[in-house]
Design a protein around this ligand. Sequence first.
Ligand SMILES: [Zn+2]
Ligand SMILES: [Zn+2]
Length: 455
Amino acid sequence: METQGSDIFIHDNQYRLIMVFYSPGRTTSYPEIPPSNGIRYHYLGGGDEVGNVGCVFEDKNGTRMLLDYGLAPTDPPKYPREAPDIKDAVITHSHIDHLGMAPWLCSNHRTRLHGTPLTSKISHMMWNDCYKVSRLEGYPLAWDKRDIDIATSSWHTHQFGEKWEKDSWKLKLTKAGHIPGAAMLNVETDTHKLLFTGDFDTRDSPLVSGAKPEKCDVLFVEGTYGGRDHPSKEETIQAFIDRILEVTQRGGTALIPAFANGRTQDIVMTLHKHLPELDVHVDGMGKSVARLQMEHPESLRDPQALEDAWKWCRRVSSKSDKKKALDADCIVSTSGMMDGGPSIWYLNRLRMDPRNAILLTGYQASGSGGRMLLDEGHVPIWDKRTPIDLEVSQFSFSTHAGHSDIVEFAEKCQAETVVIYHTDPNYARPPLVEELESKGHIVHTPINGESKILE
Ligand SMILES: [Zn+2]
Ligand SMILES: [Zn+2]
């Protein structure tokens, strides 16, 4: 039995009481009356934090749209504030911090989801995975499996460059870089031209080409890397290759934890290009994501390169494949932050031989297995704190624009106003504000739950 509508959910299989976060229509803090002029924007989440994004745009006629509705899969997870009744939402891309709460939205408000065809296809897998992890780790979700089905049938897809309308607004998705299918949203209202980047990168990656600037009045830009510039890609790749060769030449296996959606494929393509002689095995959800990416060549920079890399690597699909992978040169596998998944299964067997090594390929959130490994030298394996004596190194394969990329992008968009969100408000945002203001932009620093009017 599962009851909903009062203040608790009761899950029959776990006999646990779980707080409901929202009572639809009753707990939203979003203003009921449209702005008297211009455009109102209001961050439900992601205004002054990384991830957890939800932002409402509304004009004086009451035309409103939600941009992204995610959650932050931290421990404990974070959720954006409750969305008001809203009929249309644009989902910029298929990372959980941008679409994790969409099942709740579609189920409670019958919201239509707009996004690219690839984002819509991958979404189902991301929601299922999020549901599975929430059960395993015992954290509450405001939606259940039936809501995934409703969300899956709520998609209205749009190709890159295709124009569509919502009342008097003209809308268009353009490429954001970052991961395949990721889009920036262009909105032309009666009064303003807005550009919302979602997560974006102006640099090419193996999978996708960099985002191109678009002329706009107001740029909503993600500021994850404010105050930091990336090292050159060539240097990072060279260091990564050198490390792998060191490990394989002494007879070891390099365990490469990688996120499923984007990073796994970028890493396999990089290995195929630079180390084709190696024996590389791939495990985890990244295999299914790659299949969907290959069905959408329009979202890829070089579809043939992904196909070739995918044929070249060995995809692990059975228990005996898993055992064979233990003798490989490299294993690329989820979870990218060493929180469960096959990467923990491999680690538990590879940890006995000091010739093996771990090469982390992304950000490791506080509380994650990867973070504990870096800071304290141990990882929870099947809930048991396990010391790991292998060499560990970390490489930045980020596909977010760096500080200088963001500043250059805003300049090329000729944006009068720049709104910086999806950012750490204490460290990352202040240096961006300072530099953007010095270049003559008006800069806004949104706070979750507060409205701002663009006159
Ligand atoms: Zn994000
Ligand atoms: Zn993302």
